[in-house]
Structure formats: C-alpha cells, structure tokens
Design a protein around this ligand. Structure first.
Ligand code: 7PJ
Length: 280
C-alpha cells in the first residue's frame, strides 16, 4: 500500500500552483493568507490536481532572494494545514536544505528545486529525505537570468546539464526512480530558445525519467500571442496538450480544472493509439 502523498506517474498529472502570498503585516495577516491559500488548495484538489506545489521564494525574473525564516513561515503552516485534511501529494518549491527538511517533516512528498540541488547541503539533505526530486534547468539566477541568455545548442546543453545533475543525485544516494526532470521554461531562455526546447520535449522524455513542464501564464505565451498574463489560458492549454503528447507526466499550472481537461483529452487520444497496437 502506498503511503499518503506517494506519487506514481502512470498517467499525466496536473500540479496546481499555490500562491503563498507574502504578508508582513502581523500574525493576523499571516493567518488570513494561510486561510486563503488553504481555500485555494481545496479548490485545486476539487478540480482534479494530482499535486499541489507550494513555494515561498519567488523565482520570477528579477526577484530577489528570501531569507530562511521568512520562507519557512510562508510555507510550513500551509503544508500542515493541507496535510491535516488531505492525502494529496504536496511539492515544496525551494532550494534550501532546511526548508526541504521542514516541509517533508510537515507532510510534503516532493522536492521541486529550480536550482536542481546544485547547493551541496540541499543535495545531501534531499538524499536523506527519501522523496522524489524535480531537477530543473536554469541559466543564471532569477535576478539576472533574462539578461541575454546564451546557448550554442539549447536542447543539447539543457539535456547535458540535467544528465550531470542526475549523476550527482545518484552519487549522493538518490534513487533513479525518484528523479523528475524539467527543462525550466522561462528560466534564462529567450522566446526562440523556449520554443525550440518545447519542440524537442520528446528528447527529454527519452532520458528515462518523468518529465515536468511548467509554462502556465509564462511570457513565452505572452510573446507569441501578444497578450497580458490574464489572457494566456488558451495558449497554456495548447502547450499543456502538446507537452502530454510529447511525453510529459506532470503539468504545472495555475488553472487546474481547464488544464486537467486538456491533459485528460490529449492523454485519451495518445492511449487509444497504444491500445490499438497492443490488441493487433
Ligand atoms: C517552474 C517552477 C517551472 C518547476 C516556477 C512561474 C515561475 N518549478 N517554479 N518548473 N516555474 N519545476 O510559475 O511563472 O517551470 S515559478
């Protein structure tokens, strides 16, 4: 029997993004934002999310770093609150070993590190926690990553980076089955580089680990469609469908219900092809 919060990757899953709003006013304010986050989590669970991703450090372009205590205070109460009422797998979006340990202690079951465990403490800490880890590619740091990112060949360079991170994880004692890969859309990539990576997602799938794709509301959609962030849903659903078609197993999204529908529909078509091959 699987432990509550255990992940399997047989069918594609939607990872709902939970906003943990920074609130520096007072404990009262913190309580309000925790309640609001819990409400949002309940809604995403009802809409069919398979994982809830919680992050207390903004990694958007230009964002500055957050201190350890602040990050812990943002994420731990909400993880505890969700775990108190649901077995849904919870992902902790952090690069800090201390946050990883506290989050898993509070009930998180996946570590989502946009720095791919490049921090040695995070690597060793994650290995000791024995939960799946998502390794994401990022060129530079959020502060400066969109200042003229450069690659000779973006697809092979991102693949080589992920392969090197896989090897570090294996050497640290993380099991191969616990490793998830993510090309990191928008993290130190131009529009052309993002589109090229997406076009070749099948090569990432072929690396033999579950693939996570996060493009929800991102600027690659805004740039192609020339629309502001609140008008990027249709573009995001098109990409969610394509990602599933190209083998992605986890789709990270803000709009859970619509994304679940897009993912299920594309998966149903993909499966119909496989069933036919098996029967004939
Ligand atoms: C991603 C993420 C992503 C993973 C963010 C945003 C920026 N984690 N955290 N993959 N993006 N694994 O949602 O716009 O693409 S934060």
């Amino acid at each position: 029997m699987l432990k509550p919060g255990t992940l399997t990757f047989e069918t594609p899953t939607v990872m709902g993004i939970l906003n943990v709003t920074p609130d520096s006013f007072s404990d009262g304010g913190r309580y309000t934002s925790c309640e609001a986050a819990l409400q949002q989590a309940r809604q995403m669970i009802a809409e069919g999310a398979g994982i809830i991703d919680i992050g207390g450090e903004s990694t958007r372009p230009g964002a500055t770093a957050v201190g350890l205590d602040e990050e812990l205070q943002r994420v731990i109460p909400i993880i505890e609150a969700i775990r108190a009422e649901s077995d849904i797998p919870i992902s902790i979006d952090t690069s800090k070993a201390e946050v990883m340990a506290a989050a898993v202690g509070a009930g998180a079951s996946l570590i989502n590190d946009v720095r791919a465990l490049r921090d040695e403490d995070a690597l060793l800490g994650a290995a000791s926690l024995n939960v799946p880890v998502c390794l994401m590619h990022m060129q530079g740091q959020p502060r400066n990553m969109q200042n003229a990112p450069r690659y000779q060949d973006v697809v092979s360079e991102v693949m080589a980076f992920l392969q090197q991170r896989i090897e570090s994880c294996l050497a640290a004692g993380i099991a191969a089955e616990q490793i998830i890969l993510d090309p990191g859309f928008g993290f130190g990539k131009t529009l052309e580089q993002n589109l090229r990576l997406f076009r070749h997602l099948d090569r990432f799938t072929a690396m033999g680990h579950p693939l996570l794709v996060g493009v929800s509301r991102k600027s690659m959609i805004g740039d192609v469609l020339d629309v502001p962030v609140e008008q990027r849903l249709a573009g995001g659903l098109a990409l969610a469908g394509l990602a599933v078609w190209l083998g992605a197993k986890i789709i990270r999204a803000h709009d859970v219900q619509q994304t679940v529908h897009a993912v299920k529909m594309c998966h149903a078509v993909a499966q119909a092809g496989e069933d036919k091959e098996k029967k004939q």
